[in-house]
Design a protein around this ligand. Structure first.
Ligand code: GLY
Length: 406
């Protein structure tokens, strides 16, 4: 594609389609200082990702760094495989950079085959954070088909008795596992219904969101990580954790996924029950006595050893991004509170404590995320999704200025 045409197209599409994202109905005003920071960080990220792309072999996706700082790679079946192309596309949208655009196209070609993968529930993360963005930037029937095929694969994991999409496959007979993270995958289904005109995807998303609302939340509005359903009856057998500190604890990224999931479900449906749940989760996080003043949560709100334990920049990125959106759906005062909280997180994540110096950190933007402490996996490392949601948050913040939507 001719580059001048591409930039013009990007601008035009951004002004129409992306204006639906994080649109502030409150006319909340971004702070000049943070706006300047967001613009500078997006430019800085462009340079860092131009370096990053030279480090990642053509046939793999980046995952994290090992303890010696060596880049660890993954194939496209891993749940995070859409975040690298997605981050590239967020940067293309923000800066119009053609080199990053070409790199994103190469990565999308690699990822494309996952549209037929029925072994994972993570197709929303994998295929919508990538092809969803690609289709918004440069709409094409090929992208739309990939999105709808991916939704079909995801929908194949839905069970009418349980009323949910199966998260993890289990070898134990009768066991049907659903994790709070799965709320994030519903965005793919909502989009596929719009694109195909087939309301089945939308209905499955609603049923999953409603079942999760009934069974995943505690009275304080924190969530369990895993709900184990009986696949014969749909009854709840057990509620437990997998990546959190304890069954009864509030795993930080799980709370972030729930917050983002219900905010997105409200955006897609206008159902006030989902908005109410999103506000309740936001309140749980922001008013928690162990939520640090700088806005980056410990990996679990109930982690042993707080304050001498790990923070999770990935959870912080997700929270910052979704609060900017949620701020637009609430009363002006609550919106201001959410925006302040998001600004606080962005300031912290953009400081040298979390943002890597250019050409270090293997090419990732952020340091200090946590994959899973119980599994001793990806502890205090960079992660692709921390970068992705940080870039989304910076873009959304910049998008609060009506004339600066690109
Ligand atoms: N969805 C997996 C995770 O958040 O670690």
């Amino acid at each position: 594609m001719n580059f001048k045409f591409f930039v013009t197209l990007t601008l035009a599409v951004s002004l129409t389609v992306f204006s639906a994202d994080a649109q502030s109905v409150n006319n909340l005003r971004p702070r000049k200082k943070i706006l300047k920071l967001a613009r500078a960080r997006l430019e800085g990220a462009k340079s860092q990702y131009r370096y990053f792309m030279t480090q990642v072999p053509q046939d793999k996706m980046p995952r994290t760094l090992d303890k010696d700082g060596k880049l660890l790679l993954t194939d496209t079946g891993w749940w995070c495989s859409g975040f690298y192309p997605g981050s590239l596309l967020l940067l293309v949208k923000a800066t119009g950079d053609q080199e990053l655009y070409q790199e994103s196209l190469r990565r999308l070609s690699l990822l494309e085959k996952e549209q037929y993968n029925k072994e994972t529930h993570d197709l929303g993360f994998m295929m919508y954070c990538s092809f969803g963005l690609a289709d918004k930037l440069a709409p094409s029937q090929r992208y739309k088909d990939i999105i709808v095929n991916s939704a079909r694969s995801l929908a194949s994991r839905f069970d009418t008795t349980v009323g949910c999409i199966r998260s993890w496959n289990s070898k134990t007979p009768g066991e049907f596992l659903v994790i709070i993270d799965n709320m994030m995958n519903l965005e793919l289904l909502f989009a596929a219904s719009r694109l195909s005109g087939d309301s089945t995807f939308h209905k499955i998303a609603l049923r999953h969101a409603n079942t999760t609302l009934t069974n995943h939340f505690r009275s304080d509005n924190s969530s369990w990580h895993v709900v184990n359903y009986d696949s014969e009856t749909g009854a709840v057998r057990l509620k437990r954790t997998d990546q959190g500190a304890a069954d009864a604890s509030a795993w930080a990224r799980g709370q972030a996924w729930g917050l983002y999931g219900y905010t997105m479900a409200y955006r897609e449906t206008g159902n006030e029950t989902y908005l109410d749940q999103a506000n309740k989760i936001a309140s749980f996080i922001l008013s928690h006595s162990r939520y640090p003043k700088d806005g980056v949560p410990y990996w679990d709100f109930d982690a042993p050893g707080i304050p001498n334990t790990f923070r999770d920049a990935s959870a912080a990125s997700v929270i910052a991004s979704v609060l900017i959106e949620l701020a637009g759906y609430t009363s002006k005062n609550t919106g201001k509170q959410y925006l302040n909280a998001a600004e606080n997180i962005l300031l912290t994540l953009s400081s040298p404590a979390y943002t890597a110096t250019e050409r270090t950190n293997g090419g990732f933007l952020l340091k200090h995320s946590v994959g899973s402490i119980p599994h001793k996996s990806e502890v205090d490392v960079p992660l692709t999704y921390a970068d992705y949601y940080y870039l989304e948050a910076l873009s959304r913040y910049r998008g609060l200025v009506k004339t600066d939507k690109r």
